[in-house]
Every structure is written in C-alpha cells, then in structure tokens.
Design a protein around this ligand. Structure first.
Ligand SMILES: *Cc1c(COP(=O)(O)O)cnc(C)c1O
Length: 411
C-alpha cells in the first residue's frame, strides 16, 4: 500500500464533521467569557477544559493541533503564528542562559539566524554540524547541551540526515532531539524514529497554497518511569512534569514560551491550514514524483541538479530506505554564475519567483542574492550557497510542462 493512503482517510475525516457544519468552525474571538468565578479559577488552574484567552489557545487552533499531533503520533501539539514561531517555542521552552544547542544539517536561513544572532545574545550558544559528522556531534555534547536540532532535509543543500543514528546519539546522551520536519511531513515520522519534538512551518506544503502563515510543534508523551526530561539536565522542567505527568511538554511550551513570548496562531490561519491539510496526502506524493522526474530530465540534459533521487547523490541510499515516497518538494540547480541564474529566472514562463516553498505552483529563487545575502562567504560555503544556485520548489503542474520550460529557460 502507498504509505500515504492511511492519511487520505485520516485527514478528510478529522478536518470535516459528519454533523452540522462540515467545514471546521472558525472561532474568531480573542477572549472568552467564564460563566462564574469558580469556572474562571478552574480554567486558570487547568481543571476546567475551556478556552482561556486566544494567546493561550483557541478552539479552531485546537482542532488543527489535534490533527497534526495525530499525524505524527504525538501526545499533543501547539500551533504558532509561523514556522519560526514553532522553532522559537520549542527551543525557548527548554533552554536557559548558559545552555548549549547542537544544530545538525540544513539550515533554513531564519533558524540559522535565530541560533547565531538571537539566542547568542541571551547566552545560549550553538555549534553547527553537517549531517554526516556523527562523531563530532557526539563529542560536542556536554552537561549544558539541552537540544540537538535537526533539519530533515538540508534546505537548500539537499543533504539527508540519518535520523535514527542521530536520535541514538541524542537518546544515549539524554539530550532532547528536535526535528524540523517542514519539508518532509508524512515521509518521515520523527517521533517514531526517536525524536522528542517535531516542528513545522505549516506555511509550506502542509497548507500548500500561500494562504496562511503558521507553524506547529508536536510533542511526545513523558514516560512514566525513566525519561530524559526527568534527569538533572532538565531540572527546571521537573515542577511541571511532576504536576502534569505524560502531557507535561504541552504546558511547559505554553507557560515557558507561548504565554510570555506570544507566538500564538490566529484562528483564521488555523482554519485555512486545515483546508490545505485535508489534501496533503494527495498533493505531496504527486509533487514528489514530479520532483524525481524533473531532476532526472534536467540531469540527463547536462544541468547541474542537486537531488537525492539521483544515483550520483551521496545520500541516494538513505533517500530510498528512510524517506517514504520522496523527500519533499525541493531541488536545486546550479547555473554557475549569478548572471546565468538571473537569465534562467527571467526566461522561465512557469516559475513564480518567491521566498516560499511547498506551494501548489512551482516556485524558484536565487539564493545568494536573497535569503543568504547577509551571510559571509564562510557561512555561505557551509550552507552550500553558491553564486549560481537556484532553489526550486516543484508544484502540481504537469512535470513535462516544467521540464520543457526549464530546458528552454536554461538555453
Ligand atoms: C519556511 C521554513 C521555516 C520557517 O517558517 P515560517 O512559516 O516562514 O516562519 C522553518 N524551517 C524550514 C525548513 C522552512 O522551510
């Protein structure tokens, strides 16, 4: 059976209701009335499950959270205002000044800047590694290391991590593993591979149509007996874990990040995201099949294409064995110079030039002059940003139309 088939049923039935309004109910209220002071007290201490205030949670957003939590086999999820909001929430709920983060693979420009420019201002330092530097990653872990942060596909370097091996390092050392699975929802199930927390930008393929900025963080349950979050490394989380038990990572995220930093999802975006999510399991395999077809055709035509579906890619075996149906919507082409890259983008009739990825339409962007224009030469080299590099996110168009357009544009 196609690995995605089970999600086709799951998504349409969890987004729609069988009775009354079929489309999810959109609750646009910022705040909520409490019928009595006793109920208010219960809502605030968590014993009454009713909405408190939309910064802390909203019924429409809660529906989205439960669908994404179920998708990844998590105990719960917290939706956020953006993908960066999701990464910030996951990280800020765990780290304190003096702590260390290990970042593996990727890396999305915003996440790189969060680590290197923002968290560093608050005394949290990050070391960056390529996906295959397993020994160095292991040797860098100290008692101050709170998080190993991993991107499931290098964006835009297209390198694939051995997630199981990195999860083993994290679990042997008792360090939390956060996986940014924005690019490979459904293809990878990070929690079942040993991760603790999964973050998504739902802006991308999850909603798929550029209609809503959003993010989501999925958490696993805290184990009854031994659990890395119950060790001395995570001492400042123990109070909430003792009080709440297996769901503890949710109130930890809400109280230590969402409440005070306010990266909360808005209900309308959550609604839009659910409408997109409903068809994710159809859109994504179609696009991933096209990505492989396009990559092969461009490679045959002599263009410098980077995609793990190509036999020449160093992680081709990993692509086949670890990633179901493909590894997302991205591929890159290197046209050697900025001039040639601009020529390609100007000549293409099909691409939309934008910083987004994971849309129904094919999107493209010259990397060095846009997202990475602020980065120094050494960082660009580490992240695989060359002068002629164009990142392409394949859409739902007929793949032959895409190939024809690209070959024309590259002439
Ligand atoms: C886009 C993206 C983000 C950030 O998401 P926003 O919704 O734009 O804030 C984080 N990680 C990855 C891999 C992304 O592609």
């Amino acid at each position: 059976m196609n690995h995605f088939e089970k999600y086709c049923t799951q998504f349409v039935h969890s987004v729609g209701s069988k009775e009354g309004a079929i489309s999810p109910t959109l609750t646009n209220s910022a705040s909520f009335g409490y019928s009595t002071p006793q109920i208010a007290e219960g809502i605030f201490d968590g014993s009454v499950k009713k909405p408190l205030y939309s910064r802390m949670g909203n019924p429409t957003t809660a529906k989205l959270e439960s669908i994404i939590a179920q998708m990844d086999g998590g105990i719960g999820a917290v939706a956020t205002s953006s993908g960066m909001g999701a990464s910030s929430l996951a990280i800020m709920s765990i780290v304190s000044s003096g702590d260390e983060i290990i970042s593996v693979g990727g890396l999305f420009g915003g996440t790189y800047a969060l680590f290197s420019e923002t968290l560093s201002r608050f005394g949290v330092s990050t070391s960056f590694f390529d996906v295959d530097q397993l020994e160095a990653i292991q040797n860098t872990i100290t008692e101050k290391t709170k998080i190993i942060f991993l991107e499931s596909v290098g964006n835009p370097n297209m390198r694939l991590p051995d997630i199981k091996a990195i999860a083993k390092i994290a679990n042997d050392a008792g360090v939390a593993l956060i996986v940014d699975n924005t690019i490979t929802p459904l293809s990878i199930e990070p929690l079942s591979l040993g991760a603790d927390i999964v973050v998504y930008s739902t802006t991308k393929i999850l909603s798929g149509n550029s209609s809503a900025l959003g993010g989501c963080v999925v958490f696993r349950a805290i184990n009854k007996e031994s659990d890395k979050f119950k060790t001395a490394r995570y001492q400042d989380l123990h109070k909430i874990i003792e009080k709440v038990g297996d769901m503890a990572l949710i109130p930890i995220a809400k109280k230590r990040a969402l409440r005070d930093l306010g990266m909360s999802a808005n209900a309308h975006a959550s609604y839009q995201t659910m409408l997109g999510l409903e068809t994710l399991a159809l859109r994504l395999p179609r696009i991933m099949q096209s990505v492989a077809i396009v990559a092969e055709a461009l490679d045959k035509a002599g263009l410098s294409v980077n995609h793990p579906s190509l036999k020449s890619h160093p992680h081709h075996q990993r692509y086949l064995s670890d990633f179901q149906n493909g590894c997302g919507t991205l591929l890159t082409i290197d046209l050697q110079t900025k001039e040639k890259a601009y020529q390609f983008l100007n000549a293409s009739k099909l691409v939309t030039i934008t910083a987004n990825i994971g849309d129904s339409r094919t999107l493209a962007l010259h990397m060095a002059s846009t997202i990475y224009s602020d980065f120094d030469a050494e960082t660009k080299k580490f992240l695989g940003i060359t002068d002629g590099l164009i990142r392409i996110s394949i859409g739902l168009e007929n793949p032959q139309d895409i190939i024809e357009d690209f070959l024309n544009a590259a002439k």
